[in-house]
Design a protein around this ligand. Structure first.
Ligand SMILES: *[C@@H]1O[C@H](CO)[C@@H](O)[C@H](O)[C@H]1NC(C)=O
Ligand SMILES: CC(=O)N[C@H]1CO[C@H](CO)[C@@H](O)[C@@H]1O
Length: 487
């Protein structure tokens, strides 16, 4: 405090001035009467008191300045947002420190206290005031029990119970913060002399989670276990017990842990009991969260969209199994997103469809002769049909529709035409007996994976299909009906 220093200098000056004046008038100073001395001492005491008073005032002013600064920052952020809103410009209000850091905006370059709005701007609760570490993107939410707090001596389960108050925050906002962060954790240290957490299956100590549910794991992420870090590391004082404090002996012990199950964080209450020797103490760290929960994943629900920052109600496309579907998302309740299924979206990464014809007679000179070539290509979008070999090769996984239709020439035998997926026979068709211009028709619909092939064969030796350029009668068509977008 430089101003304080100024006061000290003033006093020193005043003392040196009075000293100097006594040097100028030595006789007076030598013969200084007790009255003058008393007066001087009284004067000095008075100055001293004034100085102390000023120092106190300065301290008060300094802390007032700090809280005024905070208030100005808050008001400025509101004003800034309102200005931007009235100018119809995009408002960036980070939901986490990670988002603030990722924005690269100069106003978020320094670590410090910031206003963030995890449950979204304009909905849910108002902004919360947190510490942002701008080197790591960690959001740290402080509370009223960060210092080491003594646990008094008391016998019953949970006879000592302390609520944890997260300053400048709300439960709803904390829940939103853990929801949209990749990881959250909170450290806890318990010093004990006796004062076990659990003895003979009776829980004397526990903590309450965000849903106010009792929890008895003091480190890690297994909410089904009563466990401490020493058991995770395998170095508890009594190897058969899950916590050092559970040893319940009259020597100082401690359990240090970090709770990492973000779904239940933060700790909202600490409860201890059975502190029979003397009490103990607890130290609870800030709630710290980092990263983004829905990073680089295709959204599969409105909740996923909300996690990535969508706030406007409307129709959205999301992934459902291998397909894309339309849903209506209602974000007006923040993280309590409402999702209504609207329908299936036909999405293809590329069109696949063909129509080829043979414009010449074809006679099977061997059994199972492959039908090729197709002299006329009417359509071959996606290039999956090779008209020379007559083989179709699926460029995408999905459901395909094929149709083959032709006429035969009169013959003495049945004519059998087949469709094959890879080398497996899928379907057959053909005129029976000696029909003249009998029709072959093989409609099919098949689930194919990438590079599966489809071809037509004629299994009847000397079987013959009729066609000519003026009356093309052999047709082969196919198209991709539904693509497996997320195959
Ligand atoms: C196709 O076969 C028919 C019947 O055998 C025949 O009349 C016709 O000339 C053939 N067409 C060609 C181009 O060979
Ligand atoms: C800026 C702000 O609102 N700060 C408050 C945070 O919470 C503490 C404790 O409740 C208050 O004293 C601050 O004024």
């Amino acid at each position: 405090m430089p101003s304080c220093l100024t006061y000290v200098v003033l006093v020193v000056c005043w003392l040196s001035i009075t000293g100097a004046s006594s040097a100028i008038h030595p006789p007076e100073s030598v013969q200084r009467s007790p009255t003058t001395e008393t007066l001087l001492i009284a004067k000095f005491d008075e100055m001293d008191a004034k100085l102390r008073d000023q120092e106190l005032r300065l301290q008060n002013h300094a802390s007032q300045i700090v809280s005024l600064r905070e208030e100005i920052q808050r008001l400025e952020s509101i004003l800034h947002n309102n200005n931007l809103k009235s100018q119809n410009k995009a408002v960036f209000s980070p939901r986490t420190c990670q988002e603030a850091l990722d924005s690269g905006l100069p106003e978020f370059s320094q670590s410090g206290m910031y206003w963030i709005d995890p449950d979204g701007v304009g909905i849910g609760d108002g902004s919360i005031y947190v510490y942002c570490d701008m080197t790591t993107g960690i959001t740290a939410v402080g509370h009223d029990s960060e210092s080491t707090i003594t646990i008094p001596k008391c016998p019953d389960a949970g006879c000592y119970s302390r609520p944890i108050v997260y300053s400048n925050s709300t439960i709803r906002q904390l829940k939103a913060l853990t929801e949209i962060s990749a990881e959250c954790y909170q450290s806890i240290q318990v010093n004990c002399i006796g004062g076990p957490f659990t003895v003979e299956d009776i829980d004397y100590a526990w903590w309450n989670d965000i849903e106010d549910k009792q929890q008895n794991f003091w480190s890690g992420s297994d909410e089904t276990a009563h466990i401490c870090q020493c058991a995770i590391d395998g170095n508890c004082i009594l190897p058969e017990l899950p916590c050092n404090c559970d040893a319940n002996v009259a020597v100082p012990l401690s359990d240090n842990g970090e709770i990492t199950l973000k779904r239940v964080l933060p700790v909202t209450r600490l409860n201890f009991g059975h502190t029979s020797y003397v009490g103990g103490s607890h130290t609870l760290g800030k709630l710290e969260c980092v990263g983004k929960s829905a990073e680089a994943n295709v959204p599969t629900s409105c909740l996923d969209l909300w996690r990535t920052g969508y706030l406007l109600n409307g129709l959205y496309s999301i992934r459902r199994d291998q397909k894309v579907v339309f849903v209506y998302c209602d974000f007006s309740l923040g993280q309590d997103v409402r999702e209504t299924y609207v329908g299936y979206v036909d999405v293809k990464s590329q069109p696949v469809q063909f129509y080829v014809q043979k414009t010449a007679n074809f006679t099977a000179t061997t059994a199972n002769a492959e039908l090729s070539p197709f002299e006329m290509v009417k359509l071959n979008e996606g290039g999956a049909m090779n008209e020379q070999t007559g083989i179709f090769k699926a460029p995408k996984s999905g459901i395909y529709v094929f149709d083959f239709a032709a006429v035969d020439l009169p013959g003495g035998t049945d004519l059998v035409v087949n469709i094959h997926k890879n080398d497996e026979l899928v379907a057959s068709g053909g005129p029976v007996g000696s029909a003249n211009h009998g029709t072959v028709a093989i409609p099919s619909m098949l689930q194919l994976t990438v590079d599966d092939t489809i071809k037509i064969t004629i299994s009847t030796l000397n079987g013959m299909l009729y066609s000519d350029p003026l009356r093309p009668m052999t047709h082969f068509t196919g198209f991709l009906l539904e693509e497996d977008i997320f195959a």
